[in-house]
Design a protein around this ligand. Structure first.
Ligand code: GSH
Length: 206
């Protein structure tokens, strides 16, 4: 059986768990450690030399890097649906996974650290304000990309929506004074209709 290593509150773990729930894949979880503690286990570091979560073990095949895991599981179990068979449709959706990881994740990490993980009197308010503003601007980029589309890859829900969707929950939960973005809000409402999104992503941020 598929084993997903990592705590369920982690943004990167949620991409994988959400996909498993969407596909109805049986899985078990392991290594549910508090934030910052993932690399404290020598056994876990043998699975993932980065000491980061998630990692999967799929009947002996060990893989880390959340987006690579999502691509692998979707290609294996959802080829032609969440993993589009049309090369250009797939590439279109897929690039948003990398965009989330490289463009959205760094400022989002600052916001998480400077809000729910830091007492108000100890916060770096300048860093927090700058990260929030970056995310408001990038939300505008995503809003424009969603014009005329139900999902980021087009009319159907695909792998591209998973990293962005977990980010959207954090953006909507933590960033104040968000500009009105009609396409983004309509897409977010569509995600919230999905039981797997509500179960895995719309949970307490820690
Ligand atoms: N690029 C990696 C990043 C993984 C990552 O940074 N995971 C965080 C949790 S979201 C982590 O392991 N932090 C250390 C910890 O929680 O101990 C991926 O996408 O899998």
């Amino acid at each position: 059986m598929l084993v997903v290593y990592g705590r369920a509150s982690s943004s990167n773990v949620q991409k994988v768990l959400w996909l498993c729930e969407e596909l109805g894949l049986p899985y078990s979880t392991a290594h549910d450690v508090p934030p910052g503690k993932a690399k404290e286990s020598a056994d876990y570091s043998k699975l993932n030399p980065n000491g980061l979560i998630p990692t999967i073990d799929d009947d002996g095949f060990v893989l880390w890097e959340s987006n690579a895991i999502v691509r692998y599981l979707a290609a294996k179990h959802a080829n032609g649906s969440l993993f589009p068979s049309d090369l250009r449709v797939r590439a279109d959706a897929d690039r948003w996974m990398d965009w989330q990881a490289t463009v959205l994740a760094p400022p989002t990490a600052v916001v998480l650290l400077q809000t729910i993980r830091t007492a108000p009197e100890k916060r770096d308010n300048a860093a927090l304000a700058a990260a929030c503003q970056t995310l408001r601007d990038k939300a505008g980029t995503l809003d424009a990309a969603l014009a005329g589309r139900n999902y980021i890859g087009g009319s159907s829900f695909t792998i591209g929506d998973l990293p962005l969707g977990q980010w959207m929950w954090r953006y909507a939960s933590l960033v104040p004074d968000r500009p009105k973005h009609a396409n983004l809000e309509a897409w977010y409402a569509r995600l919230q209709e999905r039981p797997a999104f509500r179960k895995i992503v719309m949970t307490k941020l820690v």
